[in-house]
Design a protein around this ligand. Structure first.
Ligand code: ADP
Ligand code: MG
Length: 300
């Protein structure tokens, strides 16, 4: 496209809440045949809420809540915010939490898996089954069953281990964005195929994909795995767009022919993307493709 056409489309985009960072993305977007969507915060609202908690072993509810809060209070992950809110509220039923109980040392983030640290002399892990396995924490059949039941309801099971034992779990739901299903079916009618990619587990991923109408799903994928998948699709000769919101999406946003970041997403994702959907509304994926089509047809 000519610099003028790009300027016009960029201006039009800006007025619609679609920030286009350059002519290159605009020129490629109309050729997109496959769009890969991240799940959490992209297809879903990204504001998860805890719906229930269970205790497994001989730990007290106070200890379970305190350890969880101490570990998750340091995490930026939306799941962590939901868990902290719930654990604090639950804790209040048993009396106030003391200062020492919130103090964490050796805090570590395990991307796509959870967090860990030391509270007093206790080692705390909060995250998914993979985090437990990677840390050699045994996952009993009872816990295994609970995970399956939770995930089959499209809920994420957040496990808490204290000193090498699974102490309890939270069930978290993250509702699908109201426009998601409509946008996916519209893309299909444009002959664009859709894919979901997520670090979350297969059961939750499959349930959410079904809800929005996406048939191709890759779950339990780490950030570099997401980028790898994009490259595989490109090797089949497809022009691929990626829509994501998280730090964990940024390698994939860079790898894609057109990276689109959700405006409410993390700064890292916004920087990695070619296009920013300021309103965080998935309808604007179509707005972006439209702008590209119109710009390119004007010059052809
Ligand atoms: P997505 O790709 O869906 O945005 P992430 O890659 O950020 O998800 O995380 C993948 C999974 O890792 C989560 O679904 C959760 O099970 C686990 N996880 C990551 N961070 C945390 C955390 N701070 N607390 C609990 N679980 C976490
Ligand atoms: Mg995300």
């Amino acid at each position: 496209a000519t610099p003028t056409a790009v300027m016009v489309a960029t201006g039009k985009g800006a007025s619609l809440g679609v920030l286009i960072k350059g002519g290159n993305a605009l020129e490629k977007a109309h050729k997109v045949k496959t769009i890969v969507f991240d799940k959490t915060g992209t297809l879903t609202v990204g504001k998860p809420v805890v719906v229930s908690a269970v205790l497994f072993s001989s730990f007290s509810m106070e200890e379970f809540c305190d350890m969880t809060t101490a570990a998750e209070a340091n995490s930026e992950h939306p799941l962590a915010k939901a868990v902290v809110e719930y654990a604090k509220r639950l804790r209040q039923k048993f009396g106030p939490q003391t200062e020492q109980m919130t103090d964490i040392k050796e805090f570590e983030v395990h991307p796509g898996a959870g967090v860990s640290g030391k509270v007093g002399d206790k080692l705390v892990l909060v995250g998914n089954k993979r985090l437990m396995q990677d840390s050699s924490v045994p996952v009993s059949p009872e816990v295994e069953n609970h995970i399956a039941e939770t995930e089959n309801l499209a809920r994420t099971c957040v496990l808490v281990a204290i000193n090498g034992k699974v102490a309890g779990a939270f069930a978290v739901t993250d509702p699908v964005k109201p426009e998601a299903g409509r946008v996916i079916s519209f893309l299909h009618s444009m002959d664009i195929s859709t894919v979901m990619m997520t670090g979350d587990n297969w059961a939750t991923a499959t349930a959410i994909a079904k809800e929005v109408g996406i048939k191709e799903v890759y779950a339990e994928t780490d950030p570099l795995g997401k980028a790898e998948r994009i490259k595989n699709l490109q090797m089949k000769g497809m022009t691929v767009a990626m829509v994501g919101d998280g730090i964990n999406d940024s390698p994939a946003l860079v790898a894609a022919d057109v990276g689109m970041a959700i405006g409410a997403g993390t700064d890292v994702a916004i920087e990695a993307a070619d296009i920013v959907l300021i309103k965080s509304n998935l309808e604007d994926v179509i707005t972006a493709l439209d702008l590209s089509r119109k710009t390119m047809s004007r010059i052809r």
